[in-house]
Ligand binder design. Structure first.
Ligand SMILES: *[C@@H]1O[C@H](CO)[C@@H](O)[C@H](O)[C@H]1NC(C)=O
Ligand SMILES: *[C@@H]1O[C@H](CO)[C@@H](O)[C@H](O)[C@H]1NC(C)=O
Ligand SMILES: *[C@@H]1O[C@H](CO)[C@@H](O)[C@H](O)[C@H]1NC(C)=O
Ligand SMILES: *[C@@H]1O[C@H](CO)[C@@H](O)[C@H](O)[C@H]1NC(C)=O
Ligand SMILES: *[C@@H]1O[C@H](CO)[C@@H](O)[C@H](O)[C@H]1NC(C)=O
Length: 391
């Protein structure tokens, strides 16, 4: 207490001294006051400005997607296009194998246009050796070896299901981390062993999922057009491949322009800036998305990838990959189809039950351990469903 009193006493003294000094030097005081006022004003301005954004991250996302929508064939933005369109020299146009693509009229969008990216690993022969009936395309983070291994020993075991060739491939972008070269080496090594990695030169991040999906579509169109069907499926999914093949083999199932999965009708566009699904009104002005199939697992006829790649030049990209595919379908005058049976494609199907899982096609899982456990149980000998009447 006393120390405090003496302290205030001292500062009172100081203040008196300062006051007497400034009284004498009135001009200096005025100048100091002006500087202080300016400083306070600056701080106020800054506070107001930074309050209008929920986080720095969302500002960055905003800027990136503004670039998306500004992108234009006649005036390409110099900043965002990390991987510019491959430059066609006049001499190249001479080539007969690669005629210059004819671009449709209207604004052009490059960020999600997959030809802007290049395959580092492309599995060029994967579909040539044994033309697959179905290709399972699995987007996965470059460093997620555990997921790839779990899938390789469960639903991703490439081979025959119901008498049809099924091929599973993983699609990866470049790691954004510092140890890129080390990561690359690991990936190359893993690929030598399994020959199932497709690596493209975009930066693999959640924000870039639309790019990843479009690169996947480009690969299907250019390297695997002889497959009948394909499926995009995430690593956290359970997939009953036999049921999927049986569904696709049904004669009444459309062979072209077909896409199915868990459909989302009138999906609300998220406008909350802190959400990872945030999309600004400038990027996508409508309050809802067109009908689309949820990203974790959708199956489609393999004529569609080429059509998506072409149309993507004219569909303004959003970072919501599944909604973007819905937008491409709409622009093509197509629409996703409901699965040909109830409860085939699921979000969370509910607790594991051998009989139930023997009838579904997809369900979201909580862990890779679950995947291996459920798969092993489902595949064990014996009928999956007990006879209720047999008591
Ligand atoms: C595209 O470029 C042309 C020519 O530079 C310009 O007039 C037009 O406004 C641009 N469009 C967009 C959407 O930026
Ligand atoms: C164009 O192609 C022809 C035949 O393929 C070739 O002889 C000629 O050298 C090429 N011209 C250029 C400029 O590359
Ligand atoms: C393109 O072709 C012209 C002649 O047709 C030649 O002089 C020039 O060197 C070529 N450029 C390249 C990059 O090949
Ligand atoms: C991908 O995403 C990251 C950050 O999320 C960004 O820095 C990068 O430029 C994006 N685009 C490409 C083409 O890699
Ligand atoms: C059990 O079900 C199978 C078909 O699911 C049937 O073929 C079999 O006859 C049934 N067994 C008994 C004892 O009911």
């Amino acid at each position: 207490m006393r120390e405090h009193e003496s302290f205030t006493g001292e500062s009172m003294l100081k203040r008196q001294k300062i006051e007497s000094v400034s009284f004498q030097k009135k001009d200096t005081f005025c100048l100091l006051f002006m500087i202080l006022l300016l400083f306070v004003l600056c701080i106020m301005c800054y506070t107001v400005y930074s309050d209008s954004f929920s986080s720095w991250e969302s500002v960055q996302l905003d800027l990136q997607y503004e670039e998306y929508f500004r992108t234009n064939e006649t005036s390409p933005p110099p900043t965002y296009r990390v991987h510019p369109k491959p430059t066609v020299t006049p001499n190249d146009t001479n080539s007969t194998t690669n005629p210059p693509p004819t671009t449709p009229p209207g604004p052009q969008y490059h960020v999600a246009f997959p030809k802007n990216y290049h395959f580092i690993l492309d599995q060029a022969d994967a579909c040539k050796l044994r033309p697959p009936f179905l290709v399972l395309m699995v987007p996965v983070a470059p460093n997620n070896v555990e997921a790839r291994n779990a899938i390789r020993q469960t639903w991703g075991k490439s081979g025959e299901f119901q008498g049809e060739v099924v091929l599973t491939l993983f699609i990866l972008g470049l790691s954004g981390q510092a140890d890129v070269e080390k990561q690359q080496e690991k990936i190359q090594h893993e690929n030598l062993q399994h020959q199932d990695l497709i690596l493209s030169d975009f930066i693999d991040s959640y924000f870039n999922l639309t790019i990843k999906t479009m690169v996947m579509m480009d690969w299907l169109a250019t390297h695997c057009s002889n497959a009948a069907y394909a499926m995009k499926i995430d690593t956290d999914m359970f997939l009953n491949v036999d049921n999927l093949v049986n569904m696709l083999k049904k004669p009444e199932l459309p062979k072209v322009n077909y896409l199915t999965g868990v459909l989302v009708k009138d999906g609300i566009v998220v406008r909350k800036k802190s959400s990872k699904w945030y999309v600004s009104k400038e990027v996508y002005p409508h309050p809802t998305y067109p009908l689309y199939a949820e990203g974790p697992g959708y199956a489609f006829s393999n004529d569609l990838p080429g059509k998506f790649v072409e149309i993507s030049k004219t569909v303004k990209p959003v970072n919501i990959e599944d909604a973007y595919i819905g937008m491409c379908m709409k622009k093509l005058g197509l629409s996703p189809s409901s699965p040909p049976g109830p409860s085939l494609f699921n979000g969370h199907h509910g607790a594991y039950n051998r009989c139930a899982f023997s009838k579904i096609i997809t369900s979201v899982l909580n862990s890779l351990q679950e995947l291996v456990k459920f798969w092993t149980d489902l595949k064990k000998p014996g009928p999956p469903c007990e006879n209720k009447t047999n008591s």
